[in-house]
Design a protein around this ligand. Structure first.
Ligand SMILES: Nc1ncnc2c1ncn2[C@@H]1O[C@H](COP(=O)(O)OP(=O)(O)OP(=O)(O)O)[C@@H](O)[C@H]1O
Ligand SMILES: [Mg+2]
Length: 394
């Protein structure tokens, strides 16, 4: 699961903190917290709070007064930290280094260099720690009916069958849940019940809420009868649920509704990969651009964490593959052909195409999609997806 690096910027005055946090704000992969340690006494964070991944002590020109109490407030098991100070002074440097600072940085602060240094320190603080967390991908359609749910089911089932992985498929389309029927399973309410007990959920309890497919695939859905509006669900519960899912499974595949609300954002920021499913019309292309902008510019999801699939691909269609390649340079682009007969049959039977027609063109393209978005790490990709995957460094 992708995890943003949590950076705490602490200092004696708000002024020093605002400038630094403004500089790093919106930098992909970083979540910033600030803390004014005004009177110079007490702790920088409570002992029951999770430690930040890295720390910046932002101080003003009056460093003689500001820095010593901040250093004294650091606990023994502090994360790696930098000191940012407008004056360049050898005594300041000595004081900071003796206390364990990795660097003292002075203006002009350069946003990218500072962000990259902090990401490096954050990675360091996680080295050697167990980082077991599922890979997590989501399918989202660029326009209703593009085929997002169809692909989520096929990919999840393929990974559950082909890899010896525990795969969880989550239907977050709370209002129009459709995944259970794609798999010929009863509509269940496990998702709502798991969210209700999110505070006390653990890896053993979560499997009690999951529905089991006859493969090893497990499913969490909200039955239509539950009449839950997405606004009724607190994002803290969604975050807690996905934390536990991340510990209990190897791969998590999420079917997201197109509406990007607080819940979707909570999921999206944890994703290793988001797969945007679209088709070949001008309005699909426009809507794909719109969602892409939201994902990248508002949620900070970098290009390498986005794949676009053109579903029902037709070589002769007016909007061509090249038009998508041009609109989304450098973004992974895949195609899946149309096959009305096989798809309709598979839905009627509740047997995904990847299983009912694996040798067909559509079956093969779904297999290729599955291998691309959730590769078999046992086949040589371990190094790329291992320890650093929590930071999205791949
Ligand atoms: N490649 C394809 N060839 C033929 N039919 C397809 C193909 N892909 C999807 N379909 C069909 O299109 C319909 C819509 O698919 P699906 O439910 O996956 O769309 P969606 O993007 O999840 O839509 P929604 O907006 O309802 O969530 C389904 O009946 C599905 O079987
Ligand atoms: Mg759908």
């Amino acid at each position: 699961m992708f995890r943003k690096a949590h950076i705490l910027i602490a200092g004696r005055t708000q002024g020093a903190l605002t400038g630094l946090s403004g500089l790093l704000d919106g930098y992909g992969g970083i979540a910033i917290d600030t803390k004014v340690h005004g009177n110079g006494h007490g702790e920088l964070w409570r002992s029951n709070e999770p430690l930040p991944d890295a720390l910046v002590l932002g101080i003003g020109e009056n460093w003689h007064v500001e820095l010593p109490p901040l250093l004294a407030a650091l606990p023994a098991n502090k994360p790696p930290f930098l000191v940012a100070c407008p004056v360049n002074d050898i005594d300041l440097m000595k004081l900071a280094m003796r206390a364990g600072a990795r660097d003292v940085v002075t203006p002009p602060y350069e946003a990218t260099a500072l962000a990259e240094r902090l990401l490096e320190l954050a990675r360091e603080s996680h080295q050697g720690q167990p980082t077991k967390a599922a890979r997590m991908i989501a399918f989202i359609n660029a326009k209703g009916g593009s085929g997002g749910s169809f692909m989520a089911v096929n990919v999840a089932l393929d990974r559950a069958r082909s890899l010896a992985h525990r795969v969880m498929l989550v239907d977050l389309d709370i209002q129009f849940a459709s995944l259970s029927s794609y798999l010929n399973m009863n509509a269940g309410n496990g998702l709502i019940r798991a969210l209700e007990s999110a505070d006390s959920l653990d890896t053993a309890a979560i499997t009690g809420y999951a529905q089991k497919h006859e493969s090893s695939l497990q499913l969490l859905t909200a039955a239509m009868s539950s009449l839950i509006a997405p606004d009724d669900i607190a994002e803290q519960r969604v975050a807690a649920l996905f934390e536990v899912l991340g510990q209990a499974y190897d791969d998590i595949v999420v079917d997201l509704p197109r509406r990007i609300d607080r819940i979707a954002a909570t999921v999206l920021e944890r994703l290793d990969k988001v797969v945007l499913v679209t088709q070949q019309t001008v309005t699909h292309l426009q809507d794909t651009k719109r969602i892409f902008t939201v994902l990248r510019d508002y949620l900070g999801i970098s290009n390498d964490r986005i794949s676009i699939v053109i579903n029902r691909f037709d070589r002769k269609a007016e909007v061509r593959r090249a038009d998508f390649a041009e609109a989304f340079p450098g973004v992974d682009l895949l195609v899946v052909p149309s096959d009305f007969r096989r798809v309709a049959e598979s839905i009627n039977l509740g047997t995904p195409v990847i299983e009912s027609a694996p040798g067909s063109a559509i079956g093969k393209s779904l297999k290729a999609l599955s291998e691309r978005v959730l590769p078999d790490l046992a086949q040589g990709e371990k190094a790329a997806g291992g320890l650093l995957s929590w930071l999205g460094v791949r």
